[in-house]
Write a protein that binds this ligand. Structure first.
Ligand SMILES: [Zn+2]
Length: 329
């Protein structure tokens, strides 16, 4: 260890002392790019094609209140262990476009056009990445929503407030619909985040979509091969999906965990965004134990792009092993 470190330091010193780069005048023929490549990734589940389309990522300051039952220093330790920066948290966003053969289906819609402007292009990128992947939003038959948080529903509207998928039927979990559209629930919502979510949902679904949605129940197919399954806690009607075709199967977990580091590694941590934190933890452990036992492929909305992998048990928690990028579909 010491030998390696000494060599590395000596190497660094040598580089610093040697003028390898001319100090003036030299420029590469091509200037450095100022933009990331369009982020989409395709794979097949039996005969069904899945395209993971990135909506970008949001990096924000780690507050003391981020996890109600863990100290900020414990969160920092978990981040450092995964070679992630201290004092910030990054949430990635990955909606899906699924071509079942007969239907073009979108699952969740990202943060939307306003967020793209406000975040200076860090997130709210679903529409542009979807176009880059060759999809026309007018060709989408069905939009399936997993739950009513802004990062999943705001992309339902275009920048001008009209439906972003004008020809699509919008399917929403019946329990989620009932909760967020209930005036009594809204009047009892605590100030701050919850009231903000109610206001946002009323804007999206009443002002924007004029309540033109179709509520769906758990245990039923919402599109060919796409089974909706209950996974509540994160929100009252939070839904995951099993997509299957032939011998292919993937579990689309939605927000059972957020970024697996630190939330799969620490399934007992109660983050501010889980509405019923005890229930969310119960669901998380049940779903992850099931994925481990069945060796299921999992697709995570908040996993680092493209968000596909497998889960193994590790200590009291779990580890997500990302699936290798396959250049062949
Ligand atoms: Zn989310």
């Amino acid at each position: 260890m010491e030998l390696t470190r000494r060599h590395a330091l000596a190497g660094a010193a040598a580089i610093a002392a040697t003028p390898l780069l001319p100090s003036t005048g030299a420029k590469a023929a091509a200037p450095p790019a100022d933009k990331q490549a369009p982020s989409f990734y395709r794979y097949k589940v039996g005969d069904i094609q899945v395209t993971v389309v990135s909506d970008g990522r949001n990096t924000f300051k780690l507050e003391d209140s981020f996890i109600s039952n863990a100290r900020k220093e414990e969160v920092n330790a978990a981040l450092e262990k995964a070679f992630l920066p201290r004092d910030t948290f990054t949430s990635h966003f990955a909606p899906l476009v699924i071509n079942t053969g007969g239907k073009l289906v979108v699952i969740d819609t990202g943060n939307g056009a306003v967020a793209k402007t406000n975040s200076k292009g860090a997130y709210g990128l679903f529409a542009e990445n979807m176009a880059a992947a060759g999809f026309d939003s007018k060709a989408v038959d069905t939009v399936v929503i997993s739950h009513f948080h802004a990062d999943h529903v705001n992309g339902l509207l275009a920048a001008d407030g009209t439906p972003a998928f004008p020809n699509a039927e919008v399917l929403v979990p019946a329990t989620e619909w009932k909760f967020w559209m209930d005036d009594g629930e809204m009047s009892r919502a605590p100030a701050g985040r919850m009231q903000g979510l109610f206001k946002n949902n009323r804007n999206i679904f009443e002002a924007g979509l004029k309540k033109k949605v179709t509520p769906y129940e758990w245990g039923k197919e919402v599109a060919p091969g796409l089974l909706a399954v209950e996974s509540v806690g994160h929100s009252p009607g939070h839904t995951s999906y099993v997509l299957s075709s032939g011998s292919g199967k993937v579990f689309i977990q939605s927000d059972v965990t957020n970024n697996p580091t630190p939330f799969a590694t620490n399934p007992g941590w109660h983050a501010f965004f889980d509405q019923d934190a005890d229930m969310a933890e119960k669901t998380r452990r049940r779903v992850y134990d099931m994925m481990v036992a069945e060796k299921l492929l999992v697709q995570g909305f908040h996993y680092p792009f493209p968000g596909l992998g497998h889960v193994v048990k590790e200590g009291d928690g779990y580890r997500v092993i990302p699936a290798p990028w396959d250049p062949v579909i």
